[in-house]
Design a protein around this ligand. Structure first.
Ligand code: HEM
Length: 451
């Protein structure tokens, strides 16, 4: 699909009428978005969204250009990121020098080896959270129920015993409000920050609550960092040279940013697990057979995970079709050219794993859920055709952590129960800050009869 740039004059991107597609699918915006992807067919296009005309990048070569080859030109700034600055500060979700410094501090922590060292603790916390949340035989709302397991698990892993149950109960709703309260600003990016919008006050209050919980934990971790195996202690050790308020603030920014990057994404991915199992009973049987063979009636331990190969393939396919980070927005700093198409400085460039993962030119039967794509004998695919965890210098730090958490959670539940799902109509993704289901989905866990 690439063209000879040397012999072709630079041209403007063709424009796709996104509003018209939306009008065609008024109840199902994700179908409109999929249609955009099909019509673009890997070409670099602009979307006509009224006064806002972002570029849409889906071809793997172009994704590679934006996320890696010319990455410094595509920064996490602009309408999607700026409203979040008061929450995220100058940490790992910023860009430029402050991001670079956070990455230098955090990257060595998130090695597979460090994550493995957290595994036993994670398995124990998950078991406690599952016991506190799931009532066998009684239905629970999948989105809320999975969040009620995943969010406290991550907070407890990050802060260890330094955080009380009361503080967890204050922190988690505050995070939730902080993310949802910025929606009016995201929908009306042309409104200056000085003009108040609904949600602004709730946003400020949620940040105050987050700070009241997080700062004391940071101060305490600074005093006793040598002893802690939790994430905040590890960061305090890595930032031992950064003294005073500025140092505290940077640790706070990284803790809050990592919470933002890890909880909603993990909970969303783990919500789709149940939908996919329900839609594919044959694949569910393969998972049960593997769990019976590897775990039997024992409690799930991290030592089981390397043998749960099919489960890992299933999860890889899950985040292909339902990547929680379905859109990765950037701002172009300078004029650029991708495959002969002009990118204007200052404009928004959107990369979409959701669309790239469905491109027919790079995926056989793209809409079909097939974990075998990630089996050991598969042909190598284009390196940038699959990037649920992003790529290049901003690549996700939590990929191993997520895989461990997801395998532990699924293995813990599915080795004991069979999920029975109820939904009023076919479940489709809803385009929001992450890719949640478009309706309430209820799950009942029924005790499994084993052979
Ligand atoms: C299913 C689960 C997850 C998915 C799909 C996911 C996806 C992503 C994606 C797409 C990015 C790139 C963002 C960008 O380019 O702007 C990213 C970055 C990041 N993720 Fe994850 N993530 C997940 C879980 C986690 C977890 C559990 C952590 C815990 C530490 C985490 C920490 C981060 C951080 C710190 C970054 C920013 C890295 C940087 O900019 O240097 N993620 N993630």
């Amino acid at each position: 699909m690439s063209i000879d740039v040397a012999s072709t004059p630079i041209r403007n991107a063709s424009v796709l009428p996104f509003y018209r597609f939306l009008a065609k699918h008024p109840r199902d915006p994700v179908s409109a978005f999929e249609e955009v992807g099909r019509q673009a067919g890997g070409r670099l296009v602009r979307l006509n969204m009224g006064p806002f005309r972002p570029y849409l990048v889906t071809h793997p070569d172009h994704v590679q250009h934006v996320l890696r080859a010319n990455q410094p030109n595509y920064v996490r700034e602009g309408m999607f990121w700026d409203p979040l600055i008061p929450l995220l500060g100058e940490g790992i979700l910023s860009d430029g020098e402050t991001w670079q410094e956070s990455r230098r501090v955090l990257q060595p922590l998130f090695t597979a080896k460090y994550i493995e060292s957290l595994a036993d603790r994670m398995a124990d916390i998950l078991t406690e959270q599952i016991d506190a949340t799931v009532r066998p035989g009684e239905p629970f709302d999948v989105v809320n129920g999975i969040s009620a397991i995943v969010h406290p698990t991550i907070v407890r892993l990050f802060f260890g015993d330094r955080i009380s149950k009361d503080d967890i109960d204050r922190l988690i709703p505050a995070y939730e409000v902080s993310v949802t309260a910025t929606w009016p600003r995201l929908l009306m990016p042309f409104v200056p920050a000085s003009v108040p919008l609904p949600g602004d006050r709730a946003f400020r209050r949620s940040i105050e609550t987050i700070n009241r919980v997080v700062y004391p934990r940071v101060h305490e971790a600074r005093r006793t960092a040598g002893e802690g195996r939790d994430v905040v202690s590890a960061i305090c050790r890595a930032r031992a040279e950064d003294h005073g308020e500025e140092g505290d603030r940077r640790i706070r920014d990284d803790m809050v940013s990592m919470h933002g990057a890890s909880t909603e994404t993990s909970a969303t991915a783990l919500t789709w697990v149940w939908v996919a199992l329900d839609q594919h009973p044959d694949l569910a049987e393969k998972i049960y057979a593997e769990l019976d063979e590897v775990i039997g009636s024992e409690p799930v331990r991290p030592s089981h995970l390397p043998d749960l190969r099919y489960l890992k393939m299933f999860l890889s396919e899950l985040v292909r079709l339902y990547p929680p980070g379905w859109i990765l927005p950037r701002k172009a700093v300078k004029d650029d050219e991708i495959d002969g198409v002009r990118i204007k400085a200052g404009s928004t460039v959107m990369i979409s794993p959701y669309l790239t993962h469905r491109l027919g030119a790079f995926w056989d039967r793209p809409a079909e859920f097939d974990p075998e794509r990630f089996g050991p004998d598969q042909d190598r695919r284009h390196r940038w055709a699959y990037f649920p965890f992003g790529g290049g210098p901003h690549k996700c730090l939590g990929q191993h952590l997520f895989m461990m958490e997801a395998q532990l959670l699924m293995a813990s539940l599915l080795s004991r129960f069979r999920p029975v799902l109820s939904a009023s109509r076919p479940v489709r993704p809803r385009l929001a800050s992450s890719l949640r289901p478009n309706q309430k989905v209820e799950l009942t866990l029924v005790e499994r009869a084993r052979a």
